[in-house]
Design a protein. Structure first.
Length: 277
């Protein structure tokens, strides 16, 4: 069982995942970086993804050394960083996306920017902006007590990432400490679209659930179309899509076309998780 009872918008995240399950489907979770292509442009894109059918959005905090991100997201992060994106812009992105939709908005970030900004300050500002929590791909669970203390104080979910290489004892440790959901990376390697999401992901979901956790298990890394979304929705509580959205924005001839492209992709993926594609 998960040991953390969430409040505030962390609870909204849990309720959203539970509502999707009650409908007999997986939740669609989209990722887009803040500040890409600009701060206002990124907010437009996130609103469009929600309008298209995403249940939850992860707002990426652009980082100069995104070790888990492939070339597509690295390109978007570079554009955002060259545009001067700051943590205050990330918070504004969360606030405006949440206020416009009333849906759960998380921040996905590496640990270093939070550590430099200050854990107490970051959690307080994220909660005040309406954020539902954080995905922390490089924070070891055994070093997470300070973060979890402050996140818990503000009702924020702490989402840890598990990988096919994670041993069962490690999975149990992570699911006991985490809240909101578990982010299951479908394969070893960096983010990016894949031809097949594969059996590794299904096995990882099975092993994560085998820890006895009541946390939803959501799968990311590799999903790019409705067929893949439907495949993952067959065994996961949530389908996480990032690079495919970012690529639509990068490939668009202008900003308006990019916003429309991500809205259309969200609608397509939403059909996939519902089995209506």
């Amino acid at each position: 069982m998960s040991g953390t009872v969430l409040s505030g918008n962390g609870e909204l995240l849990s309720d959203t995942l539970a509502a999707a399950k009650a409908e007999g489907r997986s939740a669609l979770i989209a990722y887009l970086p803040a500040g890409f292509p600009t701060v206002d442009g990124g907010i437009d894109a996130i609103k469009a993804v929600f309008e298209g059918g995403a249940d939850i959005v992860e707002v990426g905090l652009p980082h100069s050394d995104p070790v888990l991100d492939g070339p597509v997201i690295q390109t978007a992060d570079d554009i955002a960083l060259r545009g001067g994106v700051k943590i205050a812009d990330v918070m504004r992105t969360v606030r405006e996306a949440y206020e416009a939709t009333g849906k759960p908005v998380l921040v996905m970030t590496y640990w270093n920017p939070i550590d430099r900004y200050g854990v107490e300050r970051f959690t307080a500002e994220l909660a005040e902006a309406g954020g539902a929590g954080c995905i922390l791909p490089d924070l070891p669970v055994q070093e997470s007590a300070l973060w979890r203390e402050h996140a818990g104080k503000h009702g924020l979910a702490t989402v840890f990432v598990v990988a096919p290489s994670s041993r069962d004892a490690r999975l149990a440790e992570i699911t006991a400490a985490g809240s909101g959901f578990v982010y299951a990376a479908s394969l070893m390697g960096v983010t990016g679209t894949r031809v097949s999401v594969g059996a590794q992901a299904q096995d990882l979901v099975r092993r994560t659930r085998g820890t006895g956790t009541d946390l939803p298990v959501c799968v990311g890394l590799g999903v790019s179309d409705a067929a893949q979304a439907a495949e993952v929705a067959g065994f996961a509580d949530g389908v996480i899509v990032g690079s495919a959205f970012v690529k639509r924005m990068l490939d668009a001839p202008d900003h308006a076309a990019g916003v429309e492209a991500v809205r259309e992709l969200a609608a397509d993926l939403a059909k996939g998780v519902r089995g209506t594609a």
